[in-house]
Design a protein around this ligand. Structure first.
Ligand SMILES: Nc1ncnc2c1ncn2[C@@H]1O[C@H](COP(=O)(O)OP(=O)(O)OP(=O)(O)O)[C@@H](O)[C@H]1O
Ligand SMILES: [Mg+2]
Length: 270
C-alpha cells in the first residue's frame, strides 16, 4: 500500500499553477495593492521580493482574475533574445499573426502603440525582469510612455545585488510593491490549507503550532523553502512508514523528523 505521506509530499512540489493558489493575508494585501496600482495612470509598477516569496503565483492569479475584464497578458520567462521578445509583444499588441522570425521594427511598434492610446489599455505582466538588460528596459519604457501599454515588472531581490538600485530600474519605476517572507500565521495557514485542499485532514492536524514555530524559524517564512522542507519531512515520514512504523506517530510529526529534514536541507548545523 502506498504510504499516506506520498500524497502529502506531493502537495509541496513547487508550483505556480493557479489552481494551487491560496488566499493568505499577505497575498491578499499584495493583490489589492497591485490591483489598485494597476488602476492608476502609472506606466510601470514594480513587484519586488526575494526568490520564493510568491511573485509568480501572484501575477498568475491577477492574470487569471482580470483576463475577462481587461486586456492583460502574462509573460513568464524572458525571451532568449530581444528579437523574440518584441516578436511576442508585437503579436499581443497588434493581435496579428506574424511569419516566424520576422524582425519587428521597434520604432514602428512605438508608433503603432501611440495610435492605440485612448483606444485600448493593455497590461503586460513581466515576470523575471531581472533578466532583461538595460537596453531592453529602456525600450520597454519607451513603449510604456505611449500610455497604451502598462507594465508590471516583477523582479527578485538577491542578497548581493540590489537590483532596484540599478539606474535603469530606479529612474523608470513609479510604484513599488514588495512581497516579504510569510509571517508565522500566514505560513501556518499556507501549510494547513494546502494539505486540507487535498483532503489530508489527519496530516494537517498532525502539524501543531509548535511545529510551525520550528518550520517558520528554519525557513524564515520563505514559501519555497517551506515547500522544500515540508516535502523532505514527508519523504522521511514515508520512509519510516514503510520501514520502521514504530518510529512514527500519526497524530503528531516527531520534532526529530523536522530537524532531520532541516539538517538534510542544510538549514541546521550540528
Ligand atoms: N498565495 C500562495 N498560494 C499558493 N502557493 C503559494 C502562494 N505564495 C507562494 N506560494 C508557493 O511558493 C512557491 C514560490 O512562489 P513563486 O514561485 O511565486 O515565488 P517567486 O517570488 O516568483 O520566486 P522567484 O523570484 O524565484 O521567481 C511556489 O511554489 C508557490 O506554490
Ligand atoms: Mg517567480
Amino acid at each position: 500500500m502506498t504510504s499516506r505521506y506520498v500524497a502529502a509530499k506531493n502537495v509541496f512540489i513547487d508550483s505556480i499553477d493557479i489552481d494551487d493558489y491560496i488566499e493568505l493575508n499577505s497575498s491578499m494585501t499584495a493583490y489589492q495593492q497591485l490591483q489598485h496600482s494597476m488602476d492608476k495612470p502609472l506606466k510601470m509598477i514594480l513587484l519586488f521580493g526575494r526568490p520564493g516569496t510568491g511573485k509568480s503565483i501572484l501575477l498568475n492569479r491577477i492574470h487569471e482574475k482580470l483576463k475577462h475584464q481587461k486586456e492583460i497578458y502574462y509573460f513568464d520567462t524572458p525571451s532568449p533574445t530581444e528579437k523574440e521578445f518584441f516578436y511576442k509583444l508585437f503579436k499581443v499588441l497588434t493581435q496579428k499573426e506574424l511569419p516566424n522570425n520576422t524582425e519587428v521594427n521597434f520604432t514602428a511598434l512605438v508608433e503603432f502603440c501611440k495610435k492605440l492610446r485612448g483606444k485600448r489599455e493593455i497590461i503586460i505582466l513581466l515576470d523575471e525582469a531581472q533578466m532583461y538588460d538595460a537596453d531592453m528596459m529602456e525600450k520597454i519604457r519607451l513603449l510604456s510612455d505611449t500610455r497604451a501599454v502598462k507594465f508590471v515588472v516583477s523582479l527578485h531581490k538577491t542578497e548581493d545585488e540590489d537590483l532596484i538600485a540599478k539606474a535603469h530600474f530606479q529612474s523608470r519605476i513609479w510604484e513599488v510593491i514588495e512581497l516579504k517572507n510569510a509571517s508565522r500565521d500566514d505560513q501556518t495557514a499556507y501549510v494547513h490549507k494546502k494539505l486540507l485542499k487535498k483532503n489530508l485532514f489527519e496530516i494537517a492536524n498532525s502539524i501543531k503550532v509548535k511545529d510551525m514555530k520550528l518550520i517558520h524559524q528554519v525557513t524564515e517564512g520563505n514559501y519555497r523553502e517551506c515547500n522544500k522542507l515540508m516535502f523532505t519531512i514527508f519523504e522521511i515520514c514515508e520512509y519510516y512508514d514503510k520501514n520502521e512504523p514504530g518510529k512514527l506517530n500519526y497524530t503528531h510529526i516527531p520534532k526529530k523528523i523536522i530537524e532531520m529534514a532541516a539538517l538534510k536541507l542544510g538549514h541546521l548545523h550540528v
